[in-house]
Design a protein around this ligand. Structure first.
Ligand SMILES: N[C@@H](CCC(=O)N[C@@H](CS)C(=O)NCC(=O)O)C(=O)O
Length: 233
């Protein structure tokens, strides 16, 4: 089967995996999950019982969930163009960067996402925003400091899957309106550089359902049921 990525909208962290697939350039399909439409189709539990996106179904029907696992899987497929050989110091540095982004930095936004779901309770929303704002600011300050001395997010001399993940998550700071990324000039410059990347622009257009020109790997969208019917018994 065509390897297929399930990605979530709006604003899913799965944007990173779409970017990485574009950078990889190999054939792939996408399947879209509208995350705010609850309950999600029951069949999705066959893909990821946690009902979270992203999830990647490889050509042999095996499923890889968790952004970091998917991104490192795609990096390995790229002949290490988007990553490094496991066991090398560069791999450890990339893994460290991804781990920070996918744990501490991702988690800093949790109160803001909780506030997002409480439109009917503005006072609680404000408490949650007050909780999330300094956490996100701390994360942005850390990334800004790193990027002051780095050309790419992981500290190497080429873009990697860590840059894809950074784009997907850092955008939430402005999405939730808690801070302006411009206050972190190195982070802002790096994000601006990445936004000019064709793979990033493609993934963004896919999310917004706008016309998108990709690297040639994208084979179109497929329905959840079609993917599930191709899974090994
Ligand atoms: N640890 C997981 C977290 C995945 C996750 O939280 N995904 C969010 C989107 S960023 C999701 O699917 N949320 C489902 C929902 O909001 O119902 C990973 O890194 O892949």
């Amino acid at each position: 089967m065509t390897p297929t990525l399930f990605y979530g909208v709006p604003q899913g962290c799965s944007l990173a995996s779409v970017i990485a697939l574009e950078w990889l350039g190999a054939p792939y399909a996408l399947s879209r999950i509208e995350m705010l439409e609850h309950p999600w189709p029951a069949a999705y539990a066959r893909i990821n019982p946690l009902n979270l996106t992203p999830a990647y179904v490889a050509a042999d029907g095996s499923v890889v969930a968790e952004s970091v696992a998917i991104l490192l899987h795609l990096a390995a497929q790229s002949g290490h163009r988007l990553g490094y050989p496991q066991g090398s110091p560069a791999y450890d540095r990339l893994n460290q960067t991804l781990a920070y982004l996918a744990t501490d930095f991702f988690a800093a936004f949790a109160p803001l996402w909780a506030a997002y779901e409480m439109a009917t309770d503005p006072p609680r929303q404000e408490v949650l925003r007050e909780l999330g704002r300094p956490q996100v600011a701390k994360g942005c300050a850390h990334l800004d400091e790193l990027l002051a001395q780095r050309e790419w997010m992981d500290g190497g001399s080429k873009k990697t899957v860590a840059d894809a993940y950074l784009v997907a998550v850092a955008r939430w700071a402005e999405y939730h309106g808690v801070l302006q990324v411009d206050a972190y000039p190195h982070l802002a410059a790096h994000l601006a550089k990445l936004r000019t990347d064709p793979g990033v622009a493609f993934a963004d257009a896919i999310e917004r359902q706008q016309p998108a020109t990709g690297s040639g790997g994208f084979q179109g969208h497929v329905a959840l049921d079609e993917v599930v019917s191709q899974l090994p018994a």
